[in-house]
Design a protein around this ligand. Sequence first.
Ligand code: EPZ
Length: 427
Amino acid sequence: MDRIRIRGGKPLHGVIQIGGAKNAALPLMAVALLSPETLRLSNLPHLVDITTMVQLLAELGVEINMNGDAPNGGHIGRALELKGAEPASCTAPYDLVRKMRASVLVLGPLLARWGEARVSLPGGCAIGTRPIDLHLEAFKALGVEIELEEGYVRAAAPDGLKGAYVLFPSVSVGATENVLMAATLADGETVIANAAREPEVVDLAHCLKAMGAQIEGIGTDTLKVTGVAQLHGADYEVIPDRIESGSYAVAAAITGGEITLQGARLDIMDAVVDVLAKAGVEMTTGNGGVRVARTGEAINGIDVMTEPYPGFPTDMQAQIMALLAVSKGASMITETIFENRFMHVPELCRMGADINVHGSSAIVRGVGKLSGAETMATDLRASVSLVLAALASEGETIVNRVYHLDRGYERVEEKLAACGADIERLE
Ligand code: EPZ
């Protein structure tokens, strides 16, 4: 079980290449199921979740060619060619779905293209029960018959999907993406109201349009989709990862250094820029990247609440908590998206942080210094918050179970070591 050892206390200086967005790449790969023609995706990150999705799509009959690294031979992103041929089966098996919730994103495309799908219920994960009821209710509105049996969702639309009005009672990124993909081949018009507006949803809509889908309202909370008979192939580049960008911005801020995030896009991370500015961290665009550094000596204590886009992303909550743990003030962080996303708190407290959780809020009182400790990663973003805290700690930190980290961060120890961090992976 891989572990990472970090000896903290050194300000980081240098350049970090930002990869393609994991949470855009996963739905974009599922799009391949919608078309018999070749979809070529570029700027894909090298991540475990991407490999899992490749395995799942291959089981569902998608022909996949990996075009290796980027043209210049660097790790600037992998290109994939995917072609959705007739599947041997329309089943997404438990052993793949349990590893990666995003597997449920094959439901919509399978129903739209083949009229049937059998997908294992994803089960919960560390940050919450994470049901898929919103996905299933929306599919029922499109004329899908849903049965739950032996831990699987069995879905069928023998007469094809019919366009419908879908109103989500609460915002869901995955449910919006699933229904949007299905609606592109449905018969008639679908309106998706209270749709998620995350940049990854926008990226998906842009790719679908490039394949001939008819979608209006992209970027708003109301999407209007007019079904077409077939989607053609396309060549599409995945947007940069705004959460990876935010995570490394915190690495610069928490160590009092200065990092340039090569390829980051500030226009899709306004809320993160605003929160970091209030905390005393400046992000400015220049020479092909985004420069991040503290504006003054200390980090200010601030209040933060996670919200659906364009609000502050829940995927940055653990990272900002690590930063505020070493601020010169007190902060309140409120998590409104997931019911159990404070698993990093006890681990940060073992490193000397002063954090108290009250329901969905955590009170963080800044301490002068954190101290290294042996810690345990529990989920993807919690694990990176421990790495960030370790970079600012006196002494040595070991982060166990870093397989969580590898699901969402490409070569994290290489990228940080290149900026001067004393970090290495222990077999
Ligand atoms: C996506 O998950 C992301 N994953 C998550 O990133 C991210 O935290 C989340 O959106 C919120 O931004 C991918 O894109 C692969 P939701 P998703 O449906 O789609 C509840 C990471 O770290 N809900 O917007 O699963 C749900 O339990 C991951 O990269 C239902 O109740 O999130 C949650 O409380 C973690 N019923 C809330 O809605 C449903 O049918 C928002 O979930 C669906 C969701």
